[in-house]
Ligand binder design. Sequence first.
Ligand code: UDP
Length: 238
Amino acid sequence: MGDKKRVLVKFSGEALAGESGFGIDNSIVKFIADEIKSLVRAGVEVGIVIGGGNIIRGVSAARDGIIKRTSGDHMGMLSTVINSIAMREALEHGGVDVRVQSAIKMEAICETFIVGRAIRHLQKGRVVIFAAGTGNPFFTTDTAATLRAIEIGSDMIIKATKVDGVYDKDPHKFEGATLLRELSYETAMADNIKVMDDTAIALAKDNALPIIVCNMFKAGNLLNIITNSADATYSIVK
Ligand code: UDP
């Protein structure tokens, strides 16, 4: 690997839940922490954004009109803080230096997001987990991750998923779906593909931030991607 790389890894809250789809499975959190640790040990500067879908999504919370959408989104953002704390613990447990920075101030629990401070942490080899999304309702954690990636000058955003990359059609529904190795931002926005929500993809496009989509559950894959190994499996949007 040449220059020191800085990456932002985003994964959904659901990824943490495992089979049950709800809550946090510590063995999964530990697996992800070990993957992140291997990046840090290789000298990569790592930021992380975790979703909150394993606990609450604003849209679902507000579905029946009792909870306002803005309040539902606040609940969703707080869910990401819960997940971020779990990930911080697993990284610390594995001997990795790590800080959580929340977009919403909660000083008894974690730091508040300050871009310059985040960059200093990264330069010192600390992982920074960006919690509470953008701090605003009506956004997603994919958009938050893209925003933070751009703010910290990340070389790429890695959307770590349960599948190997972006397919031309849903691989769970269609036999013979093919993995698209490289696609444009426009294709990534297409209705049948939707790598991330339009806001996130537009932000990435405007700032020429490459989006990598890959499988997080293949051990070693994240490191293989960053080191350009022939074994890496992923799609790239650029
Ligand atoms: N959220 C928000 N603003 C943000 C990011 C997230 O209001 O900037 C809320 C929103 O309600 C969302 C929830 O947090 O549904 C959890 O995030 P997301 O759905 O992106 O999680 P994921 O699907 O990645 O687990």
